[in-house]
Design a protein around this ligand. Structure first.
Ligand SMILES: CC(C)(COP(=O)(O)OP(=O)(O)OC[C@H]1O[C@@H](n2cnc3c(N)ncnc32)[C@H](O)[C@@H]1OP(=O)(O)O)[C@@H](O)C(=O)NCCC(=O)NCCS
Length: 184
């Protein structure tokens, strides 16, 4: 498990899937904002769930996010689009509604930076988020991500086009928290 200050990132367990499906995917507004494609219902147990893991997909690394104190599942996080030639990847995350606003998102971004830069040897990480997603923008900026541009009207979300903000972080600009990632 990768450890932050408050949360850990571990492999997806079978019994995480229905919880993530119910709390993240089945919340239509949340899913429509986060997924970049039209929401559709997914049959319970379906292999089509975005939370089902294919361990053979090398460029896509999904984690479940758990509290370090007690191990409760609090969300999902992914390093995706890993490009080993350009040494870049994208970050995605979603926390269960009851676990938002407690600093976990900031912690998850920091741990994914450690995974991307240290474990995978990448040199650039990128996040795309809707321009009104203040918590995501702030969580990214706390790890040193900078706003590199606005993708105007790039996302169709429940009846309107919205802007997305593109954030990037280069390894040489990353200032890791030295207290993190202890193996204990
Ligand atoms: C976006 C998300 C991952 C952020 O995680 P979080 O744990 O809620 O955020 P944190 O508690 O770490 O807060 C980060 C910062 O945003 C601020 N913040 C939190 N919620 C906020 C809100 N609703 N509005 C404005 N600011 C907010 C916090 O005060 C904190 O700022 P600070 O560092 O200056 O104190 C989480 O809210 C979430 O899962 N949202 C739904 C899914 C989603 O939007 N995913 C991202 C898709 S790209």
């Amino acid at each position: 498990m990768l450890r932050g200050n408050k949360v850990g990132l571990r492999a997806r367990h079978e019994d995480d899937i229905p919880v993530l499906q119910a709390e993240l995917h089945d919340d239509v507004a949340n899913a429509a904002r986060a997924q970049g494609r039209p929401w559709r219902p997914i049959t319970p147990g379906s292999k089509e769930s975005q939370f089902v893991v294919d361990d053979k997909k090398q460029g896509h690394v999904p984690f479940s996010v758990v509290e370090l104190d007690g191990g409760a599942l609090v969300g999902a996080a992914t390093l995706w689009g890993i490009d080993d030639h350009n040494r870049s990847a994208h970050i995605g995350l979603g926390l269960l509604p009851s676990s938002r606003g407690r600093g976990y998102g900031t912690d998850v971004v920091a741990v994914l930076c450690h995974y991307g830069f240290v474990v995978r040897g990448l040199q650039r990480l990128q996040i795309e988020t809707l321009s009104d997603n203040a918590a995501m923008l702030r969580s990214a900026e706390r790890s040193g991500f900078v706003r590199e541009g606005v993708l105007r009207s790039s996302a169709w979300v429940l009846g309107e086009f919205m802007d997305e903000v593109l954030l990037g972080l280069l390894v040489q600009d990353w200032k890791p928290d030295s207290k993190q990632y202890s193996k204990g």
